[in-house]
Design a binder for this molecule. Sequence first.
Ligand code: HEC
Ligand code: HEC
Ligand code: HEC
Ligand code: HEC
Ligand code: HEC
Ligand code: HEC
Ligand code: HEC
Ligand code: HEC
Length: 242
Amino acid sequence: MSGTKRWPISPALLVLGLLASCAEPQSPGDNPIRVHPASWMNPQSADFHGTRVAMDTPEACKSCHGDDYMGDPPAPSCYECHDGPSGHPSDWPFPPSPFHGDQVAAGGSEQCQTCHGADYMGGWAEVSCFDCHDGPSGHPSGWAFPPSPFHGDYVRANDALECRSCHGVDWRGGWSEVSCYTCHNGPSGHPENWALPSAPLFHGSVVVADGPEPCQDCHGADYLGGWTGVSCYDCHDGPGGP
Ligand code: HEC
Ligand code: HEC
Ligand code: HEC
Ligand code: HEC
Ligand code: HEC
Ligand code: HEC
Ligand code: HEC
Ligand code: HEC
């Protein structure tokens, strides 16, 4: 996690600072007494209030911002700018954007751990990722195996391209560290040696037994490849075989 690292003050900066402190004092109107440091609103700063909350919880804010974080003048309500002490936008739980699932797909789920716990079971936020689905993946429970909601059905109905944001562009894990090759031969869900006539599960035998229609889900209605980019015509004269 980003956060509390502080750099030692360089001698050059120290000299600059001393010079600055010799400058003319500002008028109080230009330089009001503020409770928080100037960098309190700067997400890049170690003093950013969001970082402070992630590290220390928002408990310490209550004394001035109210026990319910609704504000206590002159301290504003945390809900004035976002959905309370979490800092989440208010339409965060559900799609479309800004939707928490998109942020996880883009940046990984590790960024949620400081507040929701290393095990995603709640942490100080006391909201577990498992409350609404099967943890940080956002997958429904039962996703690994048939019957529904089963990931194989989902890929047949859609594609496996969208899985890459978390499982890696090569489907070998990405930030999720779960490779599609762990349980079968990659994003196709095909068994090992599917193209090898001597293999126990050879695609030719499956097509002879069941017809080629089920292949259309992924290889395209015209068998020219669909989203897989692998055409039945690559190796022989179409879906019928040799
Ligand atoms: C004046 C507006 C304002 C007020 C008031 C405010 N915040 Fe924020 N807060 C922001 C902005 C802007 C961000 C950065 C949002 C971003 O980067 O998308 C932020 C971000 C955060 C984050 C980080 C969220 C994240 O996903 O990392 C937390 C936590 C947070 N605020 C907590 C609080 C708490 C607690 C209070 C009340 C004590 C509070 N904020 C009051 C403007 C405000
Ligand atoms: C000692 C009282 C006090 C505490 C403790 C406190 N605040 Fe504030 N906060 C204020 C006041 C007063 C303001 C209104 C601006 C001002 O007067 O500086 C304010 C303003 C803010 C703002 C608006 C931006 C700004 O600088 O005006 C944010 C964001 C904020 N507080 C977040 C927090 C968070 C997060 C915590 C806890 C980690 C916290 N505050 C703790 C008193 C406090
Ligand atoms: C700075 C601390 C913090 C971080 C970082 C954080 N959360 Fe939260 N989150 C909270 C808190 C606190 C709540 C409880 C909100 C409440 O009770 O108002 C919450 C609630 C939620 C909720 C429930 C809906 C809601 O808005 O109350 C979802 C969904 C959620 N977080 C998802 C995430 C995801 C996904 C990440 C990582 C991308 C993340 N959070 C990162 C503090 C955080
Ligand atoms: C209050 C309920 C709630 C909580 C708590 C919650 N989520 Fe979600 N999450 C949802 C909903 C609703 C969806 C959208 C499901 C859908 O579109 O089918 C979703 C979807 C997701 C997705 C997208 C899945 C996909 O296939 O695109 C991810 C990733 C995700 N959540 C991560 C998290 C993480 C990480 C946490 C904990 C920090 C969390 N969620 C906590 C309600 C929640
Ligand atoms: C938003 C990120 C995200 C997306 C998108 C995503 N996954 Fe995952 N997936 C994960 C994470 C993270 C895990 C590891 C879950 C854990 O550690 O609990 C996972 C685990 C899995 C598992 C193993 C489940 C288990 O219970 O062991 C399967 C199967 C899976 N994903 C399939 C898919 C498929 C198929 C797609 C595309 C349709 C997909 N995922 C898209 C994040 C994602
Ligand atoms: C934890 C093990 C596991 C992981 C990881 C996994 N799968 Fe699967 N997958 C299965 C099982 C079990 C089946 C069902 C096999 C069967 O019915 O013979 C399956 C079947 C499939 C099918 C259906 C094949 C068909 O012919 O209908 C597809 C497509 C699929 N998986 C895609 C993926 C993708 C994409 C990923 C990675 C994002 C992935 N799987 C990761 C266990 C896994
Ligand atoms: C769920 C989607 C899906 C379905 C359904 C599907 N395939 Fe595939 N297939 C793929 C993908 C994706 C690849 C590309 C190989 C890879 O990246 O793993 C592939 C590759 C292949 C290959 C080349 C394998 C190799 O090792 O070179 C053959 C042969 C093949 N498929 C035959 C079939 C046949 C026959 C059917 C119907 C019985 C079928 N497929 C149904 C997704 C699918
Ligand atoms: C990577 C090359 C490759 C791809 C792609 C491929 N096949 Fe094959 N296929 C083979 C090989 C090798 C054989 C065995 C040829 C032989 O026995 O002469 C075969 C044989 C077959 C047979 C004949 C089985 C028999 O016993 O008569 C059928 C039917 C078949 N494939 C269907 C398909 C379909 C449908 C697709 C597309 C979804 C496809 N194949 C894609 C390599 C491929």
